[in-house]
Write a protein that binds this ligand. Structure first.
Ligand code: CA
Length: 234
């Protein structure tokens, strides 16, 4: 699970990163609002922890921008506010801006961790429910119609084989994560099918040819000796 923490108190940011990393989360920190918003729009995080008062752009402005952003991927990322503001008006303002939860400074680390877990649980169950209910899936800048085995990128229609759409479904579950050839192999093929060993590389090559044309940002990155990375920024 990936968390972006935007907090201008450098010591607090570093200690929170330390604690969250110990809990197994991948944490990116930055200290200014502009950079925070840029990062939030570049990578798909599972949770944003935003301090309210930040240089350049406030946590509130970041949240408002993401919620009004047309891309549902960014609009639905859960947001936890950290703030010293604790009047009723402030809380209402924060929740109206689209925050999912709110933590007043100073706070107990245990409480922060409990709220992070709760938000991530809610996010994961909502996401899998959406995916079950809909056979349409938005994955970064691709739109997938699973049943019809087609995808759209920048309005371009892409016809896909059953395995190719399944590979994209697999990548959609691991956006901005390193995945190994073995993981892909296990997801796409059964033991009985026993395809040749370089079948994953061949399948990725085929898919790339279809979804990445000239001038389009690369989505599938090869990390040599490690596996693949699906997303804009490896
Ligand atoms: Ca601050």
């Amino acid at each position: 699970m990936k968390i972006l923490l935007v907090e201008d108190e450098i010591e607090l940011a570093q200690s929170l990163r330390h604690i969250l990393t110990q809990e197994g989360y991948h944490v990116t920190i930055c200290h200014e609002g502009d950079t925070g918003l840029k990062l939030a729009l570049e990578c798909q995080y599972n949770l944003l922890i935003l301090d309210w008062m930040l240089p350049q752009k406030s946590g509130l402005e970041i949240c408002q921008y993401l919620r009004s952003h047309s891309d549902p991927i960014f609009a639905s990322t859960p947001v936890l506010f950290l703030t010293a503001k604790d009047t009723l008006d402030d809380r209402v303002l924060g929740l109206d801006a689209g925050a999912d939860d709110y933590l007043i400074k100073p706070f107990e680390l245990r409480e922060l961790l409990a709220r992070v877990r709760a938000l991530l649980r809610r996010f994961v169950s909502l996401k899998s429910k959406n995916q079950q209910n809909s056979h349409k899936l938005k994955v970064i800048d691709l739109e997938l119609e699973i049943d019809n085995q087609i995808a759209y990128r920048n309005g371009r229609l892409i016809k896909l084989s059953e395995k190719e759409i399944k590979l994209l479904q697999f990548f959609s579950l691991h956006i901005n994560e390193l995945v190994t050839q073995e993981q892909i192999f296990e997801y796409l093929w059964s033991q009985e099918e026993a395809p040749s060993s370089n079948v994953v590389a061949a399948m990725v090559r085929l898919l790339r040819r279809k979804i990445e044309t000239e001038n389009e940002p690369i989505l599938i990155h090869t990390l040599y000796g490690k596996g693949y990375w699906f997303g804009f920024c490896p």
